[in-house]
Design a binder for this molecule. Structure first.
Ligand SMILES: Cc1ncc(C[n+]2csc(CCOP(=O)(O)OP(=O)(O)O)c2C)c(N)n1
Length: 336
């Protein structure tokens, strides 16, 4: 583990340890609740990758935005979303982060500037660029966006080396003329330090950065994955790099933390996760009256009961804006 610990106080490291443990225990409980039938649909666990979410968010302020893909329970919690509301969302309950309508893959919390999980692979990238554009008017395209590739070694059942000629994802950033930084995604401090470097880069208006955090998902792609495409030996190697005991070792060896102190953190986190489950279990499902809320359509439509839902009085008729850029391109092409 990186020993650039001098710049972190014991309290900061304990907070990182607590957050990683919270995500781990939350996810283990979510898996249990899924198996017991309380959570349905798709669910993608983040277990093993905790150091990335916690290392990254440890360097962000409340004003920064985070947007991600569908394996996002851990990132939402790291960005400050309430674990109770996240658990209730997984249960599909009205008290969930999105009123029970988003579920595991679509957590969203604009107050915490957690701009969502997206189920369409890479769907979050153009939205991240749009967010970057909206906060930066300083330099055209030199957007303050940090792209983080959590390289967990697999895309579903396909190992990276079977789909990519180079193992160096960070190095591929040069194709976009941006720096690519590599972080050890099993080491929360290395991730935090790399984030610090990336932030320095964008804060001096030098444009976007790619970070590749090399990590591993300890569980399957989703709850339905029987994990037949990798060996137990490979899993053991990565599990020996588990970021949570690694940080516990730093706390014990360099910060004088005692086993009792670490145990007290675990106990408090366990209670927090149990409280999240109790909250989710006791909460009601959304009422039928919410079925048609938060649906965007400017036109009338027929609902699931066959009833005609009239056009909303405030809805404007949809007339697409003429695409000026397209017209310009066509004009240029005509001149070629
Ligand atoms: C555009 C699109 N194509 C295909 C899928 C189906 N799909 C869901 S997850 C996934 C694998 C993505 O792997 P990766 O981006 O490495 O993320 P990880 O699951 O490792 O977190 C695919 C192909 C999808 N959701 N969206």
């Amino acid at each position: 583990m990186t020993l650039l610990t001098a710049q972190y106080t014991s309290a900061q490291l304990c907070q990182m340890y607590r957050q990683m443990l919270l995500i781990r225990l939350f996810e283990e409980k979510a898996a249990e609740m899924y198996t017991k039938g309380h959570i349905s649909g798709f669910s993608h666990l983040y277990i093993g990758q905790e150091a990335v979410a916690v290392g990254v968010t440890s360097m962000l302020s409340d004003k920064d935005y985070l947007i991600t893909a569908y394996r996002e329970h851990g990132q939402a919690i790291a960005k400050g979303c309430d674990p109770k509301e996240v658990m209730a969302e997984l249960f599909g309950k009205a008290t969930g982060l999105c009123g029970g309508k988003g579920g595991s893959m679509h957590l969203f919390d604009p107050e915490r500037r957690f701009m969502g999980g997206y189920a369409i692979v890479a769907g979050q990238l153009p939205i991240a660029v749009g967010l970057g554009l909206s906060v930066s008017y300083r330099q055209l395209w030199n957007l303050p966006v940090i792209f983080i590739c959590e390289n967990n070694q697999y895309g579903m059942g396909t190992a990276v080396h079977r789909a990519n000629a180079s193992a160096d994802i960070a190095g591929q950033a040069c194709a976009y003329r941006m720096p690519g930084l590599e972080a050890n995604g099993m080491d929360v401090l290395d991730v935090a330090n790399t984030m610090q470097e990336a932030l320095r880069h964008i804060q001096t208006n030098l444009g976007p950065v790619l970070i590749e955090a090399k990590t591993y998902r300890f569980r399957g792609h989703s709850m339905a994955d029987p994990l037949k495409y990798r060996t137990a030996q490979e899993e053991e190697i990565w599990k020996s790099r588990d970021p949570i005991p690694a940080l516990a070792n730093v706390l014990t060896a360099h910060y004088g933390a005692t086993a009792e102190e670490l145990e007290a953190i675990r106990k408090a986190v366990t209670q927090e996760v149990d409280a999240a489950v109790a909250f989710a279990q006791e909460s009601p499902f959304p009422g039928m009256d919410t079925l048609m809320q938060n649906i965007y359509t400017p036109n009338e439509f027929i609902d699931s009961t066959g009833a005609l839902i009239p056009k909303r009085p405030d809805a404007k008729a949809y007339t697409p804006e003429p695409d000026q850029a397209l017209a310009q391109r066509e004009q240029l092409q005509g001149q070629e």
